[in-house]
Ligand binder design. Structure first.
Ligand code: HEM
Length: 187
């Protein structure tokens, strides 16, 4: 399906990835917990989407399933879309997690590559931002508010790594909830 479309910087993501170097730093009522994890990440081409007759996006659907190394239990589940708008050089990630939180993050793609020629992608969202924002349930807004989300990906040569920072207002403090992993292409 992706053969006839130009997914721009997203093209390298298409496929299924596995990684066992995941590290999650999550809030606890008395500090922080560090949880090592396994992950499967799948990006499926959706094709072209036209908005208001004038904007053309190329979209990938993705699903992320994260299991604790200690017991194999799924403890994070996430899905969404990555979108590429070639006319404005914009990359977008829309995501939802089953805590009652949705994010639409965006960024300008700067055509940056690392020393191995791998593509660098960064998207950001902030609570209250008119362009790239956060929607959360009343409970989460009042008790575990997401204020900012920053996602950096490096992809190419069959390898994908990411660092994700989610700033939370929880347990009466600001907490830097961090996740990272290094994955290799399975399919
Ligand atoms: C690999 C990715 C992620 C993993 C493994 C992960 C894991 C966790 C864990 C273990 C907690 C502690 C609460 C619990 O025990 O369930 C937590 C809390 C939380 N996470 Fe994540 N998370 C990830 C990504 C995200 C993202 C992308 C968001 C939102 C943009 C998010 C939002 C939250 C919020 C709002 C909480 C506070 C809820 C609470 O601790 O009671 N997380 N996460």
């Amino acid at each position: 399906m992706n053969g006839s479309h130009d997914y721009g910087p997203l093209v390298e993501l298409i496929g299924t990835w596995h990684g066992d170097k995941g590290v999650d730093i999550a809030p606890t009522s008395d500090g922080a917990g560090e949880i090592p994890f396994h992950e499967t990440l799948t990006f499926t081409p959706v094709g072209e989407v036209t908005n208001a007759g004038s904007q053309t996006l190329l979209a990938l659907h993705y699903q992320q399933v994260v299991k604790r190394k200690s017991d194999g239990e799924v403890f994070h589940h996430q899905c969404g879309y990555w979108m590429w708008d070639a006319a404005s050089n914009t990359v977008m990630e829309s995501l939802t997690i089953p805590r009652g939180v949705c994010v639409l993050a965006g960024g300008t793609w700067k055509d940056e590559k690392d020393e191995e020629g791998r593509i660098l992608i960064e998207v950001v969202a902030r609570l209250g931002d008119e362009d790239w924002g956060v929607i959360q349930s009343p409970f989460m807004r009042d008790n575990a508010r997401t204020g900012e989300f920053i996602h950096r990906l490096t992809v190419g040569n069959g390898r994908l790594s990411y660092q994700e920072t989610t700033w939370l207002d929880i347990y009466e403090r600001l907490f830097e909830h961090r996740d990272s992993n290094e994955l290799t292409r399975a399919v």
